[in-house]
Design a protein around this ligand. Structure first.
Ligand code: ZN
Length: 422
């Protein structure tokens, strides 16, 4: 089977909207979370196959899309791309072969460079620089991460470095040294706000003023802060028959932040916005469409309110693509403040889907090569952005915002052009 056919086959397997499921034929949430985890269903799944009048488990539902539509597959981006959200440490570890392979994928897809967000100041940063830059200095920029724990014990928050006097100032100094070595930004993970704790056991607040010197330093150093705060709306809702991502959460119950152990999503996003407001000279990138793609009108208000806030699209074409009219208007209106990201490296078919989503008006296609679809059982529709918007999204905005990007894009384009010429 050639890769194209394989891809087509994925497409055929794609699951339709939950709303299209008839409750009659599916045990919708019947074995709700507790049931799945603690007790196996009484009958084997082979008996719950929906055939001959039998019930069907949601996890076995694989509807074939019967729409026959014109398709515009994209095997590379229309313009050079800067992928501002990637994890080359977490996803490739230190495999040189995997890195070579992915750079070949970048070449094929017209990706000029990626920003790897995995440079922890605990020492991983220098290792990561070596891994990416020894051979591919022109194809990667690197963001640092705060070393919250230091030499503290994982299970003892009181021993963590971030609770010692002068931590933020020391981090600011480390960042200055890192920038000197070529680091382009700071990435803050979602564990900040949802997991990291104070010595008294309470969660550290995203807008804890102790950390202000860090955000301030990034402004002074001219590097952006990409911050992941909270998560999809469905992850803060009960895991029940009303949850639009029940299928996914039933496979990953630990992704849920519902309940009294966690702050509300609203509270977390408001705290994030307060640090953006408090540090107007620092540029913030709200990861994953500021983690509120379910409500683009509100994200638009934030962008209006905070001129130093940017957003990026990583792992959220699933959300943008299920509201294509609203998303298209939003992406065009705020085109000066939106960056392209993937959360990759992903398998190459996922990149092709990204190009198809942003560049074409194709309808009802899968947002992921995975079956079942990983972020909600629906399909997406392309937003066919105009060329001038695509250019801003793909590389122009990142060239303006992130140090080290502009010169790499120029080199990449120059190399491509010289190849084209006879
Ligand atoms: Zn990420």
């Amino acid at each position: 089977m050639n890769p194209h056919d394989k891809h087509k086959q994925f497409h055929r397997f794609i699951v339709a909207k939950l709303g299209q499921i008839t409750g009659q034929t599916i045990l919708f949430g019947f074995f709700a979370l507790g049931g799945v985890l603690q007790a196996q269903p009484p009958a084997g799944p082979e008996l719950l196959d929906g055939r001959a009048g039998r019930e069907l488990l949601l996890k076995n539902f694989r509807p074939k899309n019967q729409l026959r539509l014109t398709e515009h597959r994209r095997r590379k981006a229309a313009f050079p791309v800067v992928d501002v959200h990637t994890h080359f440490f977490f996803k490739l570890r230190s495999s040189e072969q995997a890195l070579d392979d992915y750079v070949a994928v970048m070449d094929r897809n017209n990706i000029a460079l990626c920003a790897s967000l995995d440079g922890n100041l605990n020492g991983r940063l220098s290792e990561h620089m070596g891994f990416l830059w020894n051979r591919y200095r022109d194809r990667f920029v690197i963001f640092a991460n705060i070393d919250w724990r230091g030499d503290g014990r994982e299970d003892d928050p009181a021993s963590w470095a971030c609770h010692r006097a002068g931590f933020a100032q020391r981090t600011a100094q480390q960042l200055a040294v890192a920038v000197e070595k070529g680091v382009s930004g700071l990435k803050v993970f979602k564990r900040f706000g949802l997991e990291y704790r104070n010595p008294d056991g309470s969660l550290m607040a995203v807008d804890d003023p102790r950390f202000d010197p860090i955000w301030q330093a990034c402004g002074k150093l001219g590097i952006p802060v990409i911050i992941h705060t909270a998560d999809p709306a469905a992850f803060f809702e009960p895991i029940d028959e009303f949850n639009e991502r029940w299928e996914e959460l039933s496979r990953h119950p630990d992704w849920s932040f519902h309940g009294d152990d966690y702050p509300s999503r609203k509270h977390l996003l408001a705290a994030r916005n307060r640090i953006v407001a408090k540090h107007p000279k620092t540029q913030f990138i709200g990861a994953h469409v500021a983690n509120n793609p379910e409500d683009l009108a509100t994200v638009g208000k934030w962008l209006d309110l905070y001129p130093n806030l940017w957003i990026e699209t990583a792992s959220r074409i699933s959300e943008l693509g299920r509201q294509p009219y609203t998303a298209r208007k939003f992406l065009i209106r705020y085109s000066d403040r939106i960056l392209f990201g993937t959360d990759g490296p992903w398998p190459e078919p996922r990149l092709h889907i990204n190009w198809r989503f942003f560049e074409t008006a194709d309808e009802s296609f899968a947002y992921s090569e995975k079956v079942p679809p990983p972020q909600g059982m629906w399909q997406i529709h392309g937003v066919h952005l105009p060329d001038h918007v695509l250019r801003k999204l793909y590389f122009e905005n990142a060239s303006r915002l992130i140090p080290g990007v502009k010169e790499r894009v120029m080199k990449f384009r120059a190399a491509r052009e010289s190849k084209v010429k006879p």
